[in-house]
Design a protein around this ligand. Structure first.
Ligand SMILES: Cc1cc2nc3c(=O)[nH]c(=O)nc-3n(C[C@H](O)[C@H](O)[C@H](O)COP(=O)(O)OP(=O)(O)OC[C@H]3O[C@@H](n4cnc5c(N)ncnc54)[C@H](O)[C@@H]3O)c2cc1C
Length: 171
């Protein structure tokens, strides 16, 4: 537990020194969210600075292995980080379907090549992702999905239809 208290003190000091005032306190609205991606929009330069500083430590994905750009924290350390961020009302540095949805699936089921290729840019907020599970004839029953991408040599034919693909236009 002494280790955890040391971690808390170091985390508190780092956050105090590195979390810009502009990203502390309640968000004004959805435009405060940083979603990242190739066409990332930042409300202020401080929002970009906050993302970059947190991503460099892997703290946009605190519990992912550091080998893939994550923070390498254990569950207890991650809770300390979250509580110290709450203490100073630090906003989430990155809102990301990559962190919430794709990344955990890759960590559990992906190949080593997929993890090395996709996880670090997700941590840094460089790419946005969406998930296309649901289809007109298929919701939670993922085994019933029909859409296939057929390889035609120099292009793919997407043979079917998706629905409910949140932020598909941004991904
Ligand atoms: C705002 C919003 C955003 C979304 N964004 C995305 C997205 O970005 N990407 C994406 O892929 N999907 C997205 N979805 C779709 C979401 O994943 C689906 O709503 C979900 O898969 C459930 O499908 P469904 O609504 O067709 O319900 P169904 O799967 O048709 O289920 C209908 C009802 O039957 C029940 N049921 C289902 N299967 C069984 C079973 N075997 N036995 C007993 N009961 C069962 C369910 O519990 C439910 O109450 C979004 C949905 C919403 C509302």
């Amino acid at each position: 537990m002494a280790d955890l208290e040391t971690f808390r003190a170091e985390t508190r000091a780092w956050l105090e020194a590195n979390c810009p005032p502009e990203v502390r306190g309640p968000r004004d609205g959805d435009e405060d969210y940083v979603w990242g991606g190739r066409n990332a929009v930042f409300k202020t330069p401080a929002h970009k600075l906050w993302l970059d500083r947190m991503a460099e430590r892997g703290w946009t994905a605190p519990e992912w292995p550091s080998a893939y750009g994550g923070g390498g924290l254990n569950r207890e350390e991650a809770k300390v980080l979250a509580s110290e961020m709450r203490r100073i009302k630090a906003q989430m540095p990155l809102a990301s379907f990559g962190i919430w949805m794709l990344g955990p699936a890759l960590l559990a089921f992906g190949t080593e090549e997929q993890k090395q290729r996709f996880l670090p840019p997700i941590v840094r907020g460089e790419i946005r992702w969406c998930q296309g599970y649901s289809e007109p004839g298929s919701g939670s029953d993922l085994a019933s999905i029909q859409t296939r991408a057929e390889d035609r040599g120099d292009h793919w034919i997407v043979n079917g239809q998706k629905v409910w693909t949140s932020y598909a236009d941004k991904a």
